[in-house]
Write a protein that binds this ligand. Sequence first.
Ligand code: F6P
Length: 520
Amino acid sequence: MPLDSLPAWHEFSAAVKAANNRDQGLRMIHAAGLTVDLSTQRNSDAMQAAANSLLQHRDFKQACQQLVQGDPVNWTENRPALHTALRAPQPPAQVADLVLNERARMQAFVEQANTQNRYRNVVHLGIGGSDWGPRMAIHALSGIATRRNIRFAANVDAHAITTALDGLDPRDTLVLVASKSFTTIESLANAQRVIDWMLANSIQQPLEQFVALTANREAAIKFGIDDKHIFEIWDWVGGRYSVWSAIGLPIALGLGWNVFADLLAGAHEMDEHFLSASILENAPIQMALSGVANCSVLGFASMAMCPYDARLTDLVPWLQQLEMESLGKSVLQDGSLLSVPSSPAIWGMPGTDSQHTFFQWLHQDKKGAPVDFVICAEPDHKHAYHHRLLVSNCLGQRSALWRGKSYDEALIESTQPGHTPEQAQWLAKHRVHAGGRPSTLIVLPKLDARRLGALLALYEHKVFTQAIIWGINPFDQWGVEFGKRLANQLEKQLASPEALDHADFDPSTQHWIQQLTRQY
Ligand code: F6P
């Protein structure tokens, strides 16, 4: 049912606009070891009451049960979305054997490789959800003694694979071809490059050092990968929700099975919070309500993710795919168009770098954007002064966004010796901060696998809740298929320009096909 046909939606919208967005007290939720501070997001009793009603109209509780018990919540592909099963100690019966057997196979493979001290290097070839999750987790947990040298290549630009292979001993390198479909051209092209590299280094049977992480066993076997080196994922797990599956194998190979197990445990703990906490005390739900309020009511077209931790650099692109590939939709299940703005563009950068890059815009652009801040209480290093600076910058920027700076405050700052009152008044106008700019602060006790797992699951459930409120399907991605198809069509024509069917492409594309094919 369209959102704006619901009285509860209009009550929610009115309550958001009426919320006094400065003078509210502390609003913190403790969930799976994380503290989610929503004190600098709009809130009111009326907003919460309307949200309750809205979620009831959306049969939210039933939707959550359908999600975790494996109903076809991905309704355009008639599939479940059982990423929660991948991290459950006891998955739902219909997938329990599959999940537990594959998890056991992964563990046995890792432990055997460790016992035999094999594969000093691992090259992970995947893209999108087959890359961001493991890449981000290994970067985030890099402080843990890494057992192996894990390299990633995602981009089809040959610089990516060349850099990934640089300096590696091909004899001691395991190659993971991570592709749920096993048809993604970037991953397959990179895999072929690695085969060539191994052959050029006198490796007679390169494919013996290849492992496939895929839902397409047949294609992996056709590619030449041995059946015992295929770890299965399933079509009921979305790519951007798949780090908990065999796609996460490089985490276990690089950091140890226990670290991967802790990642799963942290996510499961957040699952239990999501399914049991009341709406008011539910971190993913409350973050989703703020996300919907900021985007669909207050008109913020984007949201910035600013983790104040250099180890979380890849959290930004991971979240971009999770949020934008899940929520970048505009058609409801009944085929009607979504009638409110949805799915903010996600962007960002770790602090404090982001302060010297775009915080001017966040503070004094006419509109700005909400910000999610993430910080760890325990820095995992011994430089107390650095951590004090990091924390004070994170909290200082967040406070400035929320409290702003009035003209009177700016005038005091601008009244300087040698300046006339008129000059001070003029300068003061340029130093005002509107304030009331919303943010959420997520505090981790420390950046360990368990808390990272909880953080990722927090966002997965926030995205799911926003999709339920908007009435869209967060688990398909028809939009990327079209671009891929045109790209494949174009590639074939680039390979043989004389066969170019000019009618297929606009004049500019035709021009560049001619121009760029001449250069190689
Ligand atoms: O970006 C489109 C997409 O299908 C993602 O959803 C997916 O994570 C990525 O491409 C890679 O797909 P695959 O794992 O099938 O190679």
